[in-house]
Design a protein around this ligand. Structure first.
Ligand code: GDP
Length: 294
């Protein structure tokens, strides 16, 4: 992912660095190329437009154009703005509370259950007592999948009882997590193929019962522009404290996922880069910007 964006930007920057002196026209031409590269990578068009406008504004003064290394300064401004686009500072889960509660949400196939297992493993390695809760009661396969992952990770898991509704399960699990003195409880909520009224209602009721301090949307980075709409729908329905972007190891262009912070204002907390339990990394905006700029 991001290979094409990376190589297009690097080409533009090579030209920029080659100029001894930069004119406003050179900057404008380069920014046009940057905008095209972003659009080709599937970055949301408003995000790409605003991005280029901001960089251009900060580059037109004497401070940049009149400097001895103007090209380098323009590249630095692009890097700073890219970092800001991804959220600026690195943000963490809120693991305070007894227990800290993490409500995992997402569409079918986004990687929600896998990411729940990955988080459980990560926190268990850090010495915390973790309880996984399988709340996708309509899909027995999803419950079973979480049970298997919990077994692999070596942490406790709680599933639905016959006839139990999702909010009832949430209430029981929250109580069990408190009584069992768990430090973190991860709720793997039910997925859908789209955000519909039924899902929104279920999530709202579930949230009211469990009052999680982390409301996390898992987004498949490969679903293109739809990722922005999905994130907005979940944010408007229940509020979000953060995002996990999965499948960054795929060959999709990925630009839509890169727009998702700018559009929703939600921090990207982690990224998934494979199917294995170890394939989950904290997200650092500065490192991602450097990775893309090469
Ligand atoms: P859910 O329906 O949202 O719970 O999705 P799952 O957790 O079942 O994941 C759907 C598929 O995506 C599974 O085959 C996972 O192994 C796979 N998957 C999840 N995260 C990643 C990732 O970061 N990279 C890759 N390549 N595959 C992933």
């Amino acid at each position: 992912m991001f290979e094409n964006l990376s190589s297009s930007l690097q080409k533009t920057f090579k030209n920029l660095r080659g100029y001894g002196k930069l004119t406003e026209k050179n900057v404008k031409d380069s920014m046009r190329e940057v905008r095209l590269a972003l659009l080709e990578a599937d970055v949301n068009f408003k995000v790409a437009r605003d991005f280029v406008k901001k960089v251009q504004e900060t580059c037109m003064g004497e401070e940049v154009l009149g400097s001895i290394t103007p090209g380098q300064l323009v590249v630095k401004r692009v890097q700073d703005e890219l970092e800001a686009l991804f959220g600026g500072a690195h943000e963490e889960f809120d693991l305070t509370g007894s227990p800290a509660a993490v409500m995992m949400m997402g569409l079918h196939g986004s990687g929600k259950t896998t990411s729940s297992g990955k988080l459980a493993m990560r926190w268990k390695k850090h010495g915390r007592r973790v309880l996984l809760v399988a709340c996708d009661i309509r899909r027995p396969a999803a419950v079973e999948q979480l049970m298997i992952l919990a077994g692999q990770v070596g942490c406790d898991v709680l599933g639905p009882e016959p006839g139990e509704t999702v909010p009832q399960l949430g209430k029981r699990a929250a109580l069990a997590a408190k009584e069992g003195k768990y430090e973190v409880v991860i709720y793997d909520t039910g997925g859908r193929f789209q955000v519909d009224e039924e899902l929104v209602q279920e999530l709202k009721e579930f949230e009211a019962e469990t009052r999680p301090n982390n409301k996390v949307l898992v987004l498949d980075a490969a679903i293109g522009q739809e990722s922005v709409n999905v994130a907005e729908a979940f944010r408007d329905a229940v509020g979000l404290t953060g995002l996990i972007l999965t499948k960054l190891d795929g060959d999709a262009r990925g630009g839509a996922a890169l727009s998702v912070h700018a559009v929703t204002g939600c921090p990207i907390l982690m990224t998934g880069s494979g199917e294995k339990m170890e394939d989950l990394e904290p997200f650092y905006p500065d490192r991602m910007a450097s990775r893309i700029l090469g």
